[in-house]
Design a protein around this ligand. Structure first.
Ligand code: AMP
Ligand code: MG
Length: 421
């Protein structure tokens, strides 16, 4: 890889170039389905049988032969049905329903043979061992199959249920259980090591001398990574000294799939990350046409992918969400990872904007009583003002060519909840 010191890349190009370098991890392990939550499937899952396995009732009521009602005579609608037994969920009725007969049935119980329609309990009048459909509900029972769930209507035996590369969500756990599958093969977790650079940084719990600040990036990185279910190796704070940075880089890249750093990648005198990286690995230093998050280093040290994020706390989060999260999804083996979706909203704030760079403004997205989306910025937008992230629930994304935004203009927003899959 070559370095392109003065290259100014668009956000889209940077994403594409990062994506082009990444390989998914290949190792996998078997886990119980509960432990598969948020993991990436390493195998296709096929339905071993029909779901539901039996045709069953969708309601509490009475199973009958639909033709008894559908035959159309006014007599049929007012006919009495003789109740001949009961079908419970898990305890089927063994006999056969014949014309003029009904079996009381519970939701989920297997449909007795012969029956093909269920009259809802609330729609009939029961009198000792007979039932009769209330005439005002007759219009609801004009086809067979009413209130009946067919075997295989959810999934047919042999159907692909979940593809390899799927990140498992709670619904998938239930689906796997419904198929009787107790364990699955998932890709191994990604190992992500990170550290923060800066002589001014102190750990929480230490006193703050004049000129020093608490390291917050370690905590936001921890939080963002923890929600992605990766193995985290927090290597702490390292001073702005080439030997210290070299040592920690070697340690970090030894076992991690991905190394993330913050700070030290711009052009200040104490920005040694760049020099050390050039010595140890192959790394691009990019100036990205975005705000915040202008400098970004991306490359490889040994077998590890490397992301050198800027030092400013908001820039760390913006560049993590725009570049790193997507990259981690791809490396974890997710098929076709998507960036968080965007939508359009009416901006209520005035935003000053220069052309030539993408800006990520922290916003609060709301829907008004008519369901129309509005957004406003969260106060001051300096790239060190972490409070602006804490208050926000979305990014307002202003593309390169965009100029100032006036109240009432439509803007593109990316809601945060969509960012952690
Ligand atoms: P740098 O990119 O190293 O020049 O840092 C840019 C700004 O971000 C400086 O004001 C740093 O003090 C601040 N900064 C860097 N790292 C951290 C951190 N881990 N926590 C909080 N602020 C930081
Ligand atoms: Mg620094």
């Amino acid at each position: 890889m070559l370095n392109h010191e003065n290259e100014q890349l668009s956000v889209e190009n940077a994403c594409a170039r990062i994506a082009g370098e990444l390989e998914p991890v290949t190792a996998s392990e078997s886990v119980d389905i509960r432990d598969a939550l948020s993991r990436v499937l390493a195998q296709d899952i096929f339905a071993p049988f029909d779901v539901p396995p039996h045709t069953n009732s969708a309601m509490d009521g009475y199973a009958i032969i639909g033709a008894d009602l559908l035959s159309g005579s006014s007599h049929a609608l007012t006919a009495d049905f003789m109740v001949i037994g009961t079908a419970w969920a898990g305890r089927p009725y063994k006999g056969t329903v014949r014309t003029g007969q009904a079996v009381q049935i519970m939701t989920g119980a297997v449909m007795p043979s012969g029956a093909d329609m269920v009259l809802m309990q609330e729609h009939v009048q029961r009198d000792a061992e007979t039932i009769r459909l209330h005439p005002e509900h007759a219009a609801k029972y004009t086809e067979r199959g009413r209130n009946v769930r067919n075997a295989g209507e959810d999934l047919a035996k042999g159907a692909l249920v979940l593809p390899a590369g799927r990140r498992i969500v709670p619904a998938d756990l239930g689906l796997l259980a419904s198929l009787g599958i107790a364990g699955v093969e998932v890709r191994r977790r990604l190992r992500v090591a990170f550290f923060c650079t800066g002589d001014e940084l102190r750990n929480v719990g230490e006193p703050l001398e004049e000129g020093s600040i608490y390291d917050s990036n370690r905590y936001t990185l921890y939080g963002m990574l923890a929600r992605l279910g990766v193995e985290i190796d927090d290597l702490g704070v390292v001073a702005d000294r080439p030997d210290a940075i070299r040592e920690i880089f070697i340690r970090a890249s030894d076992s991690a799939d991905v190394v993330i750093t913050t700070g030290g990648v711009s052009v200040g005198e104490a920005d040694y990350v760049k020099a050390v990286l050039q010595e140890l690995g192959q790394v691009h230093f990019w100036k990205i046409a975005m705000k915040p998050g202008h400098p970004l280093a991306f490359g490889r040290i040994g077998a590890a992918q490397f992301f050198g994020l800027p030092g400013n706390p908001v820039a760390v989060m913006v560049s993590f969400y725009q570049f790193v999260q997507f990259a981690l999804a791809r490396m974890a083996g997710e098929i076709d990872p998507q960036h968080a979706p965007t939508q359009r909203a009416v901006c209520l704030s005035r935003l000053s904007k220069k052309t030539g760079r993408t800006e990520f403004v922290r916003g609060v997205l709301e829907s008004d009583p008519d369901g129309k989306l509005t957004v406003q910025k969260t106060g001051s937008q300096g790239s060190g003002i972490l409070h602006s992230m804490s208050l926000a629930n979305c990014f307002i994304i202003l593309p390169e060519e965009r100029e100032n935004v006036e109240p009432g203009d439509l803007v593109t927003v990316q809601a945060f909840f969509g960012m952690v899959r």
